[in-house]
Design a protein around this ligand. Sequence first.
Ligand SMILES: C[S@@+](CC[C@H](N)C(=O)[O-])C[C@H]1O[C@@H](n2cnc3c(N)ncnc32)[C@H](O)[C@@H]1O
Length: 295
Amino acid sequence: MAVSPTLQLTKSEFKQMQELVYRHAGIAIGNEKVAMLSNRLRKRLKSLGMESYAEYYDLLKSCSPSDEEFSHFLSTVSTNETYFFRNERLWDYVGTDLIKHICQAAQGQSPKRVAIWSAACSTGAEAYTLAIVLKSKLPKFSEWRVQIIGTDISEKVLNIAREGIYEDHAMHEVGPQDRRRYFRHDPKTNKYQLKEDLRKMVEFGFHNLRDAFKQNHFEVVFLRNVMMYFDREMKERVLANVFSALRAGGLMITGDVDPLRDGSDLKDKSGLEYVCSNTYRKPIKESKTAALVHG
Ligand SMILES: C[S@@+](CC[C@H](N)C(=O)[O-])C[C@H]1O[C@@H](n2cnc3c(N)ncnc32)[C@H](O)[C@@H]1O
């Protein structure tokens, strides 16, 4: 028997799913999202040939967070929306002021090095946009050792990122000249694959933002369009993890829905200093508040 097209999560099933998502990803699903979650999960039930949400919940409980089905589940409850050069103004800033910051930070080094983390990278468009900008704007690029790491909680999106193959939607901010310069177009599928030299600049891996990251030498961390899914406790935790991953003087770049703006005391707690729109810095000398955050 197939799943009924009108099946809805019961109150207790919804609560179970809410708790599962929160426990694993820190994503807080609002109570008003029952219909949305029911509809999205029903599609998954259909592809798996299951008849009830309870059956699916049992399957999820037996999965580890890095299992493929768990990735499907998380992709169902969060959004993976991303595209190249998302927020034009930001990429102008990256190509000018951020490049200056990176060059200054690497002064005196031989070879010059920079490490950047695209946290919650989805299918990789942000990390690859960064690769394109660094390659075209860093003076004497061949003399640099550039490390770009993209991480996400969904293996499904990470696999797409590793292939670097995109449909039109991800490309809508990329002009014809840049499409030719940086991508190969397959006329049969109408998809675009990023050229290999750029793909090689980025390494992708699984990471849950609620956990500390294994590296702590990043000059820049991109943390865009993900914090809005988290509650206050998770936001604090994520910011503490980003703080630890940055080197002193390093920058965190937020998205348009900037969690630290608008009078929130999250910024003070995070220990980060405001630099300019969507940009925060880890002070050279850690403040007392930051020390408190880290316990
Ligand atoms: C809207 S996308 C943002 C992509 C990209 N940063 C951008 O701005 O274009 C949000 C991503 O956050 C990921 N995500 C959600 N919760 C996460 C968590 N706890 N840890 C790591 N990634 C998470 C989702 O899987 C999704 O790919």
